[in-house]
Write a protein that binds this ligand. Structure first.
Ligand code: UDX
Ligand code: UDX
Length: 483
């Protein structure tokens, strides 16, 4: 086993996901003097991070592959050698997932901390000398306490009885997927929570390589943990608020784009994060609010719990109402009709589909017997199969295909191009705001659709006049039918 080098800082990051991968890449680029080992239990994921072909990285983020090209193999390494990487690390970042519990106490709401706990145990067992343990993953408030207890109980039972020491810090990540590199390079703030001044300073020193000291906020552990949960809850709340107004606009004749623009000019409200859409998705918002709800109930704060739960309820409602509107406009039935779905990721510029509104909407449409033609520039066919829990039509045997042709069950195919998605469909649903969907040649492509055909612009990104002049009917979020 290698030894710690007192001259050089060595980082181990456990979890090579959407948070760990991009964050460590930026630290490696900004701090060439630091060696970083990003480790993960998932061998396939690590192999993908090490692929020569940079278009095959497991995480798609604009600007990421350029950085990887520069630092990978120099001071940034991806491996499955968790134990050795922990042993030589001065700082261990915990970037593993904390999904919502599916069973047991708090199921459906509380976070499952089993991965965090097993990481803490592994750090406790394999670390040497003094180690700073940083929780980067979003955790329920007071998780650091659990990590501390596990670490403290890890003094060696066998000779040479060399004492291990730990400092636990909370350093939540605020990056948004799709803009991760930009967010990491120019963060609004870096938050470090803890009670060990020396450890806080060591971490702050790393960030000071590219972040202004004024932006580095130091708090106690609990404030830091709670800030991350509340920041996500506040952001999600804005989306549920604007989505509720979008439904209002559709029935009253208001136009949500005009309304959001006008609301956003108020300095106290601000113009960002006010785009109406199919509902928020992503790995954080729902999970973190559910967590806040669970914790509020735990502490007997039922009104607080109900308040935040309503943000989630409204989001589920927004997902559902989209499929209902589509069915309604297509004469009350979509059974056997073909529909093009444009966009499967939870937002543009990422290949992540966790909690994507497209999943719920597609499932609702399939349930009604629709034949979906799904297109996304970055999401793979295998990922869509997993999310819909339904095999792609072309992958079925001839016998299975013909069975499905005549059943009422919906089916889906993967469309490699927008043109393929448009073949003989009755409607096009724009569900993700990918740039290429803003530039669709409607005049040319409308000929591929059946008539009469609808375009449902659930992100308000298509140019309405061009769609209408192409002989198509248009429905837009927060506006309704456009004529
Ligand atoms: C996740 C959560 O979604 C987010 O809330 C939290 O703040 C950080 O962790 P993300 O990086 O997007 O964010 O998760 P994911 O892409 O699932 O990556 C986690 C990685 O950790 C996976 O690759 C998984 O294999 C790995 N892991 C998990 C370990 O290496 N060891 C474990 O014990 C558990
Ligand atoms: C979010 C937070 O922004 C980030 O700070 C935190 O670290 C993790 O959670 P992320 O989930 O990656 O990041 O994406 P974000 O850009 O916040 O979008 C979340 C969802 O809200 C997406 O589905 C997006 O389409 C939706 N959204 C966002 C809207 O519908 N309208 C908006 O105006 C903004």
């Amino acid at each position: 086993m290698k030894k710690k080098d007192s001259q050089k800082t060595n980082i181990c990051c456990i979890g090579a996901g959407y948070v760990g991968g991009p964050t460590m890449s930026v630290i490696a680029e900004k701090c060439p003097y630091i060696t970083i080992n990003v480790v993960d239990l998932n061998q396939e994921r690590i192999a993908a991070w090490n692929k020569k072909d940079l278009s095959k990285l497991p995480v798609f983020e604009p600007g990421l592959s350029k950085i990887i090209e520069k630092v990978r193999g120099k001071n940034l390494f991806f491996s499955t050698d968790i134990d050795n990487s922990i042993a030589i690390a001065d700082i261990v970042f915990i970037c593993v997932n904390t999904p919502t519990k599916v069973k047991g106490l708090g199921a459906g709401r509380a976070s499952d901390l089993k991965w965090v706990e097993s990481c803490a145990r592994r750090v406790a067992s394999k670390s040497t000398g003094h180690t700073i343990v940083v929780e980067k993953s979003t955790m329920p408030v007071r998780t650091a306490e659990t990590i501390k207890i596990i670490l403290q109980s890890s003094q060696p039972m066998n000779p040479p009885y060399k004492e291990k020491t730990f400092s636990v810090l909370s350093n939540p990540e605020f990056l948004a997927e799709g803009t991760a590199i930009k967010d990491l390079e120019k963060p609004d703030r870096v938050l470090i929570g803890g009670d060990d001044e020396k450890a806080i300073e060591k971490l702050a020193e790393i960030y000071r390589n590219w972040v202004d000291n004024k932006k580095i906020l130091k708090t106690n552990l609990w404030s830091s943990e709670l800030t991350k949960l509340s920041a996500n809850a506040f952001l999600a709340q804005r989306i549920s608020s604007i989505n509720s107004i979008s439904a209002f606009c559709e029935v009253t004749g208001g136009n949500i784009i005009e309304v959001s623009k006008a609301i956003g000019t108020d300095k106290r409200i601000g113009k960002q994060f006010l785009r109406a859409g199919p509902g928020f998705g992503g790995s954080c918002f729902k999970k973190d609010i559910l967590n806040l709800v669970y914790l509020s109930e735990y502490y007997g704060l039922n009104e607080v719990a109900n308040y935040w739960q309503s943000v989630i309820n409204l989001n589920n409602w927004q997902n559902q109402r989209i499929s209902r509107i589509v069915i309604d406009k297509l004469f009350g039935t979509i059974s056997g009709k073909s529909l093009a779905i444009l966009g499967f990721s939870f937002k543009a510029n990422t290949n992540d589909t966790r909690e994507s509104p497209s999943i719920n909407i597609a499932k609702d449409l399939l349930e009604e017997g629709a034949k979906l033609r799904i297109h996304d520039p970055k999401v793979s066919i295998d990922q869509i199969e997993k999310d819909l829990n339904l095999i792609e039509f072309n992958k079925l045997t001839d016998k299975e295909q013909s069975k499905q042709e005549f059943s009422n069950q919906g089916s889906w195919i993967f469309a490699e191009t927008i043109e393929k998605a448009f073949m003989d469909v009755d409607a096009v649903l724009v569900l993700t705001e990918w740039e290429e969907y803003t530039n669709i040649q409607w005049k040319k492509l409308s000929k591929l659709l059946r008539t009469p055909a609808w375009v449902f612009d659930v992100r308000s990104i298509v140019e309405p006049n061009t769609v209408i002049q192409s002989g198509l009917q248009l429905w837009r979020i927060g506006e309704g039918s456009v004529s």
